[in-house]
Each structure stands twice: as structure tokens, then as C-alpha cells.
Design a protein. Sequence first.
Length: 154
Amino acid sequence: MSAESRIQELGLMLPPSVPPGGIYKPLVISGNIGYLSGHGPYLGDDKYITGRVGEDLTLGEGQEAARQVGLAILRTMKDQLGDLNKVGRIIKVLALVNSANDFCQQPQVINGFSELMKEVFGEDRGIGARSAMATNTLPGNIAVEIELIFELAE
């Protein structure tokens, strides 16, 4: 399955390239493994989805924020690799959810991201190991931050 053709087939619109937010590389490749820096739910024009899930945002809005992070990650992968078909499979996802103190549905929030990766790369390539954790704040009050490790295609 071609990730590039799936994006077109699904009618997905990737956001503009994410501007750097500090001193880091968006992607580091070591051997055949890619390490992607944390991404937020970037919309373009220096705008992000912000707020605490369970307080400012509903579960559904949190899932949409996680999906938007996925679109931003796809944009960075495309920018850095030149072609999303160079992604062999997702290995590990680490997700942080900006959560109200009593909100405990972080895995359900991150399903918004995981479902997008499954749609684009398929179940075998798009679903890897995953951690979803709560945090009391994230940079710029973004709703979700996700980093991932992936294998390059052979």
C-alpha cells in the first residue's frame, strides 16, 4: 500500500511545514531507524490546537488534536524523507496529553493519532507500540505532543 496514494485517496490535507521551536533536529536517522522529535497539533500560520483535555477540550476534541498532530508528523516525514513510502513501519509512539487533573482517558485521545496512522500506512505498518501519558501542561499550552520511532523501508 502506498502511503502517498492513501493520503490522496483519503482527501487528507497536510498542514504547512512545522516551524522549529528550539534547538533540535526534527528527524534523526541512525541506520534504518528514524527518531522523530515531538510534534504538536499544528494548524499552520503559527497556530496550534491548545487547551487541557477534560477542562478546555472534550475527549472528541482531544482526539481531533491528536489526529492533527499526526498530520503535522506526516508533513515532517514528507519534508525530511521526500516520500512517505520510505517509512517502513512505526515502531514506538510516545504521546503526552495536556490533561485536567481528573481526566484519565489519555489512550482514547491518542487513538485519534493511531487511527490516522492506520489509515495512511495500514495496520501492519501504521500501528506500533505506544505509550499515552497525562501531563499538567505542554509548551504553548498545546493539547497533545507526540514523538515516534520508525523503521525505514528496505
